[in-house]
Design a protein around this ligand. Structure first.
Ligand code: F6R
Length: 242
């Protein structure tokens, strides 16, 4: 695990954008694993800016997002489909036909999960997986106690994750209880992983991920088993490391 500690969130974002840009420039038909959440927003802004100013092209990229809420249609303003469209896809030249997110509104979410896992495999696997981390150590929506051997499936969200995400919904009751998420093993099968964590709220989870035992209690700790992981932190998120 390569851990880079940058002075602040802006510097962390720049470094992450450098890694994504290098990957896409070197291999234009890369398969990117994408994440949502607040941490990713400045990264998508930075990549869109490089597209506008430097001609960084995503035209041949294929993308697979980590997760989607169950029960939300793609046009729901709180769906991850909508997030990706607004935060990234509509600002770059990515081909919509090559972008993929789990189908949260599928009649049979488990069948949709199996299909999604098969689609990732058919694409040749993920070259670079972007990751954030939850305050409880989740990656994707693999909450604590998630099997480290898991593949794409339905997950029940913990109350703490629903509370953290409540700000995007009108009320806690409207915050979804279930999501489709790629599994810990799906993430570990990626060729490279790039995890970004910024802010003091992530400091405890970062310690558990990097210095704790590999344990389903902190799903992100499974990344210790991956040979090519880069973790980019700002000083606030790195504040509790020994
Ligand atoms: C979302 C995802 C989640 C987030 C995590 C951190 O696609 O995979 O694991 O990365 O919840 O979210 P933020 O960045 O909002 O703190």
């Amino acid at each position: 695990m390569k851990v880079l500690i940058l002075p602040d969130a802006q510097a962390a974002t720049r470094r992450a954008a450098d890694i994504v840009s290098r990957t896409v420039s070197a291999t234009p038909d890369s398969v990117l694993g994408l994440a949502t959440g607040g941490t990713m927003l400045p990264l998508y802004d930075a990549l869109a800016q490089r597209h506008r100013d430097e001609g960084l092209s995503f035209a041949k990229v294929t993308s697979f997002n980590l997760d989607e809420y169950i029960g939300l249609t793609p046009d729901h303003p709180c769906s991850y489909h909508h997030y990706m469209q607004e935060a990234f896809f509509r600002h770059v030249d990515i081909d919509p036909a090559r972008t993929h997110l789990p189908k949260g509104d599928a009649a049979d979410p488990q069948a949709a999960s199996d299909d999604y896992e098969a689609l990732i495999e058919k694409a040749g696997g993920i070259d670079l997986q972007l990751l954030g981390i939850g305050q409880n150590g989740h990656i994707g929506f693999n909450e604590p106690t998630a099997s480290l051997g898991s593949r794409t499936r339905i997950k029940t969200l913990t109350e703490s994750t629903r509370r953290a995400n409540q700000k995007y919904f009108d009320s806690f009751d409207e915050t979804p209880r279930y999501a489709i998420t790629t599994g810990v093993a799906t993430i570990l099968a990626s060729h490279k992983c790039l995890l970004i964590a910024t802010g003091t709220a992530k400091a405890r989870a970062v310690v558990d991920m990097i210095e704790g035992p590999v344990s389903a209690a902190c799903p992100a700790s499974a990344l210790q088993l991956h040979a090519r992981v880069t973790v980019i932190l700002d000083e606030a998120a790195a504040g509790e490391l020994h």
